[in-house]
Design a protein around this ligand. Structure first.
Ligand SMILES: [Zn+2]
Length: 253
């Protein structure tokens, strides 16, 4: 692969926190072994479901810092992850049927979105001793007021299901669907396996291919082997990069 190859494979582990430490370890091992490096991102949930707070000075905080020092990018991934707002109308349907109420930032009012983004950033940056790489809302779902809060934030990068962008300018850094798996039900698992197989055939023309894995993926061997073959398929034909490389590429344009 020539150095001028701007194509990239970006890989991330979602829902990193003390409640899923064993699963995250397993996924990090799988990614490191398959990719041959630790160029991937972790999406950190500061207090998953209000049950798993991350606190400075704890063993889990030390692990986050060590992962960060090994080169893993750290993103803030909501605060509770869970959607605690009552929705009405279309966004209510979207929240309930698409995410089982994990779309924390879909219905948040502006002030609360600002507070949770700033608190998450302060917590993660205090623990890792460097800037967080960006913000990614749980389930990739943003309401209008959360998007406004994000535009005024200090985060360098955001992403949703279809793109990666710079929050303040809105400049799009990458386009294309993220490849991810669903472990919640047999039907959802089957359709995510089918989508990954389809993606392995048709997504090669994309400049940036994104793969995201979740703690629940480790509960199904079919998903784990599909993750491995999908990573191999794309890593064979393009460099594995960090999200931050998209910023460098965009500045050079
Ligand atoms: Zn998540």
């Amino acid at each position: 692969m020539p150095d001028s190859d701007n194509r990239s494979l970006l890989v991330s582990i979602h829902d990193v926190g003390p409640g899923f430490e064993r699963e995250v370890d397993q996924l990090a091992g799988l990614l490191t072994d398959t990719l041959g490096c630790s160029r991937f991102a972790m999406l950190v949930v500061p207090n998953h479901w209000g049950h798993y707070p991350i606190r400075s000075g704890t063993p889990f905080a030390s692990r986050l810092r060590a992962w960060s020092e090994s080169g893993i990018e750290m993103f803030v991934h909501g605060w509770y992850h869970k959607d605690t707002v009552e929705h009405q109308g279309v966004s209510g349907l979207k929240a309930r049927y698409m995410t089982a109420s994990e779309g924390e930032f879909l219905g948040l009012p502006y002030g609360e979105a600002v507070r949770r983004m700033e608190d998450g950033q302060a917590l993660v940056e205090d623990i890792i001793g460097r800037r967080a790489s960006g913000f990614i809302a749980p389930a990739w779902l943003y309401g209008a007021e959360s998007l406004e809060a994000l535009r005024e934030s200090r985060f360098d990068i955001a992403e949703d299901h279809m793109k990666v962008w710079i929050p303040q300018s809105g400049k799009v850094l990458a386009r294309g669907p993220v490849i991810t798996w669903a472990s919640r039900s047999p039907a959802r698992t089957a359709s995510s396996l089918a989508f990954a197989a389809f993606a392995r055939r048709v997504l090669h023309p994309l400049q940036t291919v994104r793969v995201a894995v979740h703690p629940g993926d480790v509960t199904k061997d079919s998903i784990l082997s599909c993750i491995e073959s999908t990573l191999k398929c794309f890593a064979n034909s393009r460099p594995v990069r960090r999200y931050e490389s998209l910023l460098a590429t965009s500045r050079a344009e």
